[in-house]
Design a protein around this ligand. Structure first.
Ligand SMILES: N[C@@H](CCC(=O)N[C@@H](CS)C(=O)NCC(=O)O)C(=O)O
Ligand SMILES: [Fe+2]
Length: 287
């Protein structure tokens, strides 16, 4: 099984891990879950994180074919459009993004939002194959955290998005619109059915009680043996109970409102109004 080179970029403001995955034979690359920096207090965006990726691409002499999202993120703005302008790569996401667009079009009252996923260059269907240079890759639908979550399996490495977190932290929340603890349980079973030594790359790390360094890489075997929410000793019913009990205690991510309205448009910011300024919307008493 081919092993891609994986370089992680950790954003401590949102605890998000973005990746550049590349084929050492051809130097073709994919960027996974890049972000646009956003300070909600000032309303300022910045490209510091995305520019770190650009610098790395230049240093490593990589050519980017894909900018791919594991889901419509609720905690950071996507840096995909900026990186597309810099690299010419195609932006892809799971095909069920249409369901997420349907739900949030109403909440944000964006009348002209197309809900067919057409803002993205490519929609990946469950089971679809693609390639990264000489490395075979495929996509599996892994809904639960959101309806459109997918896992990208590139050679021996799987980018699981928000499904599993590191074994000592557990799993992703399932209380966003369209989320489902039962669906997440079944999606995680698909991931745990991959070969034991499959490298698994997380989308976030919040550390865990007793751990003082961030971490984002583990393996199928480690997750099956020791994930605190979903190891081999935990039944489906027990998982659903545990997940829903934890979800009931969680506040909304601090950037959920700005993130979702931008990310359902493949990361495009709203058009400027006639004074040249762009505005985001805040629906009151809705989430
Ligand atoms: N405190 C973070 C929380 C972000 C959050 O809710 N993350 C989601 C993934 S988008 C999650 O699954 N968290 C799991 C948990 O906190 O148990 C923020 O405000 O951004
Ligand atoms: Fe998420």
């Amino acid at each position: 099984m081919s092993s891609p080179h994986v370089r992680a970029f950790f954003d401590e403001a949102t605890f998000t891990v973005s990746y550049v995955v590349s084929d050492p034979t051809t130097n073709r690359a994919a960027i996974i879950d890049p972000l646009l920096d956003y300070d909600p207090a000032s309303g300022r965006t910045a490209t510091k994180s995305a520019d770190e990726i650009i610098t790395y691409l230049q240093e490593a002499d990589l050519r980017v074919d894909w900018i791919i999202e594991t889901h419509v993120h609720a905690d950071h703005l996507s840096g995909a459009p900026y990186l597309k302008r810099q690299t010419g790569a195609q932006i892809g996401i799971g095909s069920d993004v249409t369901a997420v667009q349907g739900v949030f079009k109403g909440i944000f009252n964006i009348e002209d939002l197309a809900t067919d996923g057409g803002q993205f260059d490519h929609l990946f269907f469950d089971g679809e194959s693609f390639s990264l240079g000489s490395i075979d890759a495929r996509v599996i639908a892994t809904p639960g955290h959101t309806p459109a979550c997918v896992t990208y399996i590139i050679g021996d490495s799987a980018f699981v998005g928000d499904t599993l977190f590191m074994p000592d932290f557990g799993t992703a929340r399932t209380d966003f619109p369209g989320g489902s603890a039962q669906a997440l349980y079944h999606s995680i079973q698909k991931i745990l059915g991959l070969p034991d030594d499959t490298r698994l790359f997380m989308c976030h790390d919040y550390k865990a009680p007793g751990r003082n360094a961030y971490a984002w890489e583990t393996s199928v075997k480690e997750q099956r043996d020791s994930n605190i929410h979903i190891n081999k000793a935990v039944s489906e019913t027990a998982f659903i109970e545990l997940r829903e009990a934890r979800d009931a205690l969680l506040g909304m991510p601090k950037l959920i409102l700005p993130s979702i309205q931008v990310n359902i448009r493949a990361g495009q910011l709203p058009d400027p109004e006639d004074n040249g300024i762009r505005y985001l919307k805040t629906p009151l008493d809705t989430l």
